[in-house]
Design a protein around this ligand. Structure first.
Ligand code: PMP
Length: 407
């Protein structure tokens, strides 16, 4: 269905009409960030023109308007991921800050020797915050390995639990391998040990329907800029019973109830975790982006993107010496690859000269590179606004570069 609408959809994203070195841009770096539809850019502009004032503190008209937009955005985010209450939605700068918030705040409830389980396929933003906690509090990090095709080893996962396990923090979809992890089942296992689970949904929320009640997760993090919203805004869902127990993440304005030099009391959730002036304009524009996504329909998006990914996999697999990393059934809209011994940077740089935007390097997942014994990979990642013609351009571009560089 989206096929026929693609040109209408692409008109909503003016940047897609860019020419690069005289060639039409094929933007295939959507896992890094997505482009923004007009409605999102206009929502930001309009709020600055008509409804800009600092939130929560003001009695005046504009402040009330800005506050209403921020709180409506919270309700919108809650409904998008089916959170039971908007009080369980904390606005953050993105996934990274959301994970840092949990590691820092929930981390204060942990003791030396307590264990946190992560996986070998995590983005650095779901590794380093836990390592910082390890350095601060002496917790122990345990790692679920994955098999070469990109599937997490669930037996190994089950064997990692002990009576000191206090948290599981895992990615829903790998930003390199495209693996869609069976988080619902993994959460069930963790809960059978009484252990809460944080889901890094940075790469799932933009591509298919994510429902926190269905998953039964305890925390879930995502970034606005990967879901067609602005940069600098994202959200953390947290189960209220846990958020209530957790100490504040940062101190400052907005998050307090009363302040004296002897003793400060804090606001209720979610404000306890939102110190300082929030990115209220970003939050509103994020809500507009979520409306836009819902208008297209996440089921349509999932269907179209999986067809596009299958098509790209077929085209790329037919290229001699091309190796794709991550071959799990139903994988997400991302293909990481290398061709022969061509350096990922050379491939990416020459594809760019052909107007094709892909990402090169370790993709903030150095442990995945270590797993395969490579320094980096080339990654093409897709959105519903991409077309088969762009995949053809990618495949032909790779063949051309390979001919130039291979001996
Ligand atoms: N987790 C995953 C799986 C990601 O792909 C990314 C972004 N590449 C992040 C976390 C971090 O997101 P952000 O930089 O928006 O905080």
């Amino acid at each position: 269905m989206l096929n026929t609408q693609c040109s209408i959809i692409r008109e909503q994203f003016p940047i897609l009409a860019t020419e690069v070195y005289g060639r039409p841009l094929a933007y295939l770096d959507n896992a890094a960030t997505t482009q923004k539809p007009r409605c999102v850019v206009e929502a930001e502009r309009d709020q600055y023109y008509t409804a800009n004032a600092n939130v929560h503190r003001g009695v005046h008209y504009l402040s009330q308007q800005a506050t209403d937009l921020l709180e409506q955005a919270r309700v919108r985010v809650a409904s998008f991921i089916n959170a039971p209450s908007e009080q369980e939605i904390i606005f953050t700068r993105g996934t990274t800050e959301a994970v840092n918030l949990v590691a820092s705040s929930y981390g204060q409830l942990l003791k030396e020797g307590d264990e946190v389980i992560i996986s070998e396929m995590e983005h650095h933003s779901n590794i380093v915050p836990w390592q910082l906690l390890r350095d601060r509090r002496g917790i122990v990090l345990k790692v679920i390995p994955f098999c070469d095709d990109g599937i997490l080893d669930l037996n190994a996962y089950k064997a990692l639990f002990t009576d000191r396990t206090r948290m599981v923090s895992i990615t829903h979809v790998s930003n390199v391998l495209g693996t869609v992890n069976p988080v619902q089942e993994m959460i069930r296992v963790a809960h059978s040990h009484g252990v809460p689970v944080l889901v890094d949904a940075a790469q799932s929320v933009p591509h298919f329907r994510v429902d926190v009640q269905q998953l039964d997760c305890d925390f879930l993090a995502f970034s606005g800029h990967k879901v067609y919203g602005p940069t600098g805004i994202g959200a953390l869902y947290g189960r209220s019973a846990l958020l209530e127990q957790m100490p504040p993440y940062q101190g400052g304005g907005e998050m307090i109830s009363t302040v004296s030099f002897d003793r400060t009391t804090f606001e209720d959730i979610p404000y306890k975790f939102e110190a300082g002036t929030p990115n209220y304009v970003g939050a509103h524009a994020l809500a507009v982006a979520l409306d836009y996504i819902d208008e297209i329909g996440l089921d349509n998006i999932a269907d179209y993107e999986s067809r596009l990914t299958r098509y790209a996999t077929e085209r790329l697999s037919a290229i001699p010496d091309l190796r794709i990393f991550g071959n799990t059934p139903g994988k997400g809209a991302v293909i990481s690859f290398l061709v022969g011994d061509i350096h990922h940077l050379d491939m990416g740089t020459l594809l760019d000269r052909l107007g094709i935007a892909v990402r090169t390097g370790h993709h903030c997942a150095q442990l995945i590179m270590t797993h395969y014994g490579v320094e980096g990979m080339v990654r093409a990642s897709f959105s519903f606004y991409n077309t088969e013609a762009e995949i053809d351009a990618l495949a032909e571009g790779i063949i051309r570069v390979a001919k130039m560089l291979q001996k």
